[in-house]
Ligand binder design. Sequence first.
Ligand code: ZN
Length: 393
Amino acid sequence: MIKKLSLSYYEMLKRSKFKLSKQVDRVKSTWIKLSEAEEQRFDSLMEKLIKVSLHDHTVVFPENPDEFIEFARSGDWVIGVEGLARSRLDAVFEGMDDGTCLARSPDPWSWDNVVYQLGLINYYVGKIDEIFIGLSADDIVKAHNEDKLAMFIHLEGAPHMGEEIDLTRILYGFGVRCMGIVYSVGNEYGSGLADDKDYGLTPLGSRLVTAMNEMGIVIDLAHANDKTCLETIEISSKPVLITHAGARSVWPTRRMKPDEVLTALADNGGVIGIEAAPHTTISKNHISHSIESIMDHFTYIEELIGIDHLAFGPDTLFGDHVSLHKVFREYLSIQKSKETHIEYPQVDFVDGLENPSQYPNIIRWLIKHGYSDTEIEKVTFKNIYRVLKRSIG
Ligand SMILES: [Zn+2]
């Protein structure tokens, strides 16, 4: 985890053309209350635990949502090092501008837009002393031991490569170690969660799975449609991830995964990271989206497939996430992914898990609800480490 901010970070901050959002306490988001004894346990756990987020976006957004499109085209990134230091994470799966990068073409998943982002993230991380690109499972431990943060480059979908599956070598070369087969709208490899018809994994998609297994890029199925998830899990020779989602039995939307997919994931040895982006992991018991609704997904999935297959991929960012969903509605397939027959209130932010700096609140919740140190260590680190060791080495 990052223990102090370097000059290199402040230099990056100074160069930004935009007035950026606050990385800490942007809104009044609740912290889980603990007793004195629990606070002590929290402090010691925060120090000794290795903590990994399976999915977040750590680039800081402008304060003014009217500037989001211009920002998405600008390449003017500041990584939220201050907020990341507060998160006390040792590693994060970084989603960059996945789904919203418009710098090189109007299609966020064009080869040019994806390579553009990969170049940028390598450039910016290279400029910051306290962060490095994570390339292997053991880089997580290295970051923990050296008071740094390992950033694993994570593409939520594959770029359009057509039949040129060998181009995955370029992605690997740029440091990609986790990639979705497909984002929300289907591509040449599989169907996404926004597709009305689920064609499953295509023949090209099967080739992509094999290539990723052989190369050492862990597969993410967070945005894939159900049949595509099941068929990918069936042929993948390595465990896979669902980096950020929840349970459809808890909240009935396409964005959530049905029990059948969750059970198949566990049989394959994989792990699901619980999602927390606004209006995703709601629950009927906690209808106003907050950390309590998010944890309803966690406890349900724990009951279904066991704690060995769970982690957290909060999918938070620094800035107004609710406005971001409005601005990028089409690109992110917001309408399709949230459709449900149940009425729920709109929130301005997710109380208790507003941005990456609130990751410690998950640990506070787990302490408060009687989870043991061993169980907490599994969901913050060990489960993820196990999958990565087998999938990327
Ligand atoms: Zn996503």
